[in-house]
Design a protein around this ligand. Sequence first.
Ligand SMILES: NC(=O)c1ccc[n+]([C@@H]2O[C@H](COP(=O)([O-])OP(=O)(O)OC[C@H]3O[C@@H](n4cnc5c(N)ncnc54)[C@H](OP(=O)(O)O)[C@@H]3O)[C@@H](O)[C@H]2O)c1
Length: 236
Amino acid sequence: MRASEDRVALVTGASRGIGREIARQLSARGISVCAGVRNHGPESLIAEGNSAASVLYREIALDVTQPDSVREAVQAVLRMFGRIDILVNNAGISDGDHDALRLDVEAFKNVMDVNVLGAWRLCESVIPAMTANNYGRIVNISSTLGSLHHLNRATEPAYRVSKAAINALTRVFAARLSGTGILVNAASPGWVRTDLGGPNAPRSVQQGADTPVWLATLPEDGPSGGLFYDRAPLEW
Ligand SMILES: NC(=O)c1ccc[n+]([C@@H]2O[C@H](COP(=O)([O-])OP(=O)(O)OC[C@H]3O[C@@H](n4cnc5c(N)ncnc54)[C@H](OP(=O)(O)O)[C@@H]3O)[C@@H](O)[C@H]2O)c1
């Protein structure tokens, strides 16, 4: 396995919240990080975290709902580094709580576009580069709200359905990539204090990012096709 300072990660939704913290923690481990952000400007090229010359942290433009943006972002990372070893599908939205009997089709489509199709687009675009190196770590940021085992409340129905779908997508890609050296897992960060989670959430972004970063840096004999919370398996 390559030394961590040679590895390259792409994190979606890294402008703020859990995604930004995942990007920061990966960088602190000596991994070169491309932090995908929607509102990217020339001033966004930043260096932070590890100051080693070989380690870079830079923001790149990435809207996961736009196929052109996904393609260009992945090409930009490959131009810069020639490889992508880690993909963290973190970008996520919720349309909030509403009665499941009143479906807002457009709102539901938006949630699915970011939370599910966004991750699918990134996987499709990144996996050929991982396959070429027989190495990859894909982490899909899910939620306990998407666990069918724990699903006994009707709050945030669109968000729950989208997170159940990303769990299914995790299993599909883990099966598709079995034996390739690419490990695909999902993580629930728990209820975290972010713009999405709100100020009353009990967990910090550092706690929320811990399991995704662990999954992003799994050894070769690490699990694939699992859902994890605090580094332990969580029921689907
Ligand atoms: N916070 C929690 O309690 C909690 C619990 C369970 C799971 N999660 C999951 O954790 C992940 C991160 O959530 P968070 O709490 O950190 O949320 P957040 O603070 O609201 O941040 C969401 C991130 O997603 C980005 N994003 C939204 N739409 C995007 C798009 N079309 N393309 C690219 N990026 C987009 C946002 O970018 P902009 O800044 O450009 O809007 C932002 O960087 C999500 O998948 C969420 O479902 C969170």
